[in-house]
Design a protein around this ligand. Structure first.
Ligand code: HEC
Length: 202
């Protein structure tokens, strides 16, 4: 009897510690490994699709790449729902930009481009207020499945997104189901509004 109680007393804290150490991770929220690298969000293809860009480029001086590439953007359903209500992203939002090869050659296609199975890397834009200076950070996943290090805040990613992105340093002006919400709820950034003012007359 005494030994049972003693065993129970010993096991109870151990059991509680196990439960506390292994909460079911929310697949829509950023997960990090012991080295602080972000885990690749393996299920991002089940998230809400924001949009695709084809051969988008932001530097006028660089020659066009010799290949076609689509960028597909996804966000977890919970974060998407908050944005549609508030016009802002909640803490722990992950927006994933997947790059994929494009081609015109295949099957019965005669004109136009479609996406191929060629994975060309992915980038994540992550809001984690307690973790990142300014609340947001970028990660680049060269290999699908492998964890990625935080991109240093001196990188050009941060400056361009800060200066030109429409909402919370994310490029909502390129996501057609979000831009009307941000416009209606007046969450567009002053810099974006100033930038887009000359063409707003029509
Ligand atoms: C010169 C401006 C510019 C720079 C520099 C830049 N981006 Fe972007 N980024 C964009 C634009 C425009 C979009 C929206 C269009 C698209 O989806 O490609 C975007 C979208 C994204 C998105 C989708 C989420 C969001 O915030 O809208 C991610 C993730 C992203 N960029 C990561 C990066 C990373 C990582 C770097 C640095 C290695 C970087 N970007 C550098 C302009 C830039």
């Amino acid at each position: 009897m005494l030994s049972l109680i003693r065993r129970g007393l010993l096991l109870a804290p151990l059991f509680l510690a196990c439960v506390a150490a292994a909460p079911a991770p929310d697949p829509g929220q950023p997960q990090y490994d012991a080295e602080g690298r972000m885990q690749f969000p393996a299920d991002y293809r089940t998230w809400v699709f924001l949009s695709s860009g084809l051969n988008m480029s932001y530097s006028p001086d660089k020659a066009m790449a010799d290949h076609d590439m689509f960028g597909n953007t996804f966000v977890p359903a919970a974060a998407y729902a908050v944005f549609q209500k508030t016009g802002h992203w909640p803490d722990k939002t992950v927006i994933l930009l997947e790059n994929r090869g494009g081609t015109g050659q295949g099957s019965i296609n005669r004109r136009g481009l479609f996406q191929t199975t060629q994975y060309m890397g992915a980038e994540a834009h992550v809001k984690d207020d307690a973790r990142f200076r300014g609340g947001w950070a970028f990660f680049a996943f060269d290999a699908a499945g492998a964890p990625a290090r935080e991109i240093p805040h001196a990188a050009s990613c941060y400056a361009c997104h800060q200066q030109h992105a429409a909402v919370d340093t994310t490029f909502v002006q390129f996501y057609p189901t979000l831009l009307p919400t941000a416009t209606r709820l007046k969450t567009l950034s002053p810099s974006y509004l100033a930038e887009s003012a000359p063409s707003s007359g029509h």
